[in-house]
Ligand binder design. Sequence first.
Ligand SMILES: CC(C)(COP(=O)(O)OP(=O)(O)OC[C@H]1O[C@@H](n2cnc3c(N)ncnc32)[C@H](O)[C@@H]1OP(=O)(O)O)[C@@H](O)C(=O)NCCC(=O)NCCS
Length: 175
Amino acid sequence: MSIEIDVVNGDASWAAVEALLDEVWPPHLLKTLPWGEVVFAHADLRVLLRAETGDLACHVGVFRRAIIWNGRKMRAGGIGGVATREAFRRRGYASIALEAAVQTLRDEGSIDFALLFCDPHNAPFYEGRGWKPFDGEIYAEQAEERARFTAIAPYVYDLKRAPRRGTIDLCGLPW
Ligand SMILES: CC(C)(COP(=O)(O)OP(=O)(O)OC[C@H]1O[C@@H](n2cnc3c(N)ncnc32)[C@H](O)[C@@H]1OP(=O)(O)O)[C@@H](O)C(=O)NCCC(=O)NCCS
């Protein structure tokens, strides 16, 4: 048997994913994180990677959003909830699932760039996979208001566009 990768509907697959995300980010750990209280959007799609054993080992959430970058409407692809269960780490699973997520966004043809948010200790992981820091300001909805979003650092994956600076308004909840 080999690993299996599926790209599935975000809501329909939630039941399968919830336990994995709870294991990776249990409530006591979430409380300690700078983004632990943030309300995030629900993923439109999810990349699910099953190990040879059949266990769900890794998850990547995929989002699509009409955003505004420096006053111009664009289509961003979002990546969030990148998580591998501890017992399955350092086998390349997150790298494979992330690549599948980016390919899914690329295949849509209409996505200008991909955007994710990550804690400083994970930045080398993403930078090693072609993601670049976005050195501007992010605005997002939180508590039904538009506000500057600074809880986690933004990273961009270039598709048609390569935003590095300025202002990105997520025009909704962060991911
Ligand atoms: C960050 C995280 C998703 C990485 O998952 P993973 O499946 O272990 O990732 P990979 O195996 O693809 O890569 C991890 C590292 O293992 C290395 N690696 C990959 N395959 C390997 C193998 N067979 N043997 C040894 N090391 C390996 C990779 O090179 C990588 O190291 P690098 O970043 O220095 O290049 C995982 O540690 C995790 O879930 N952390 C907690 C949640 C979290 O922080 N998520 C990110 C939110 S932004």
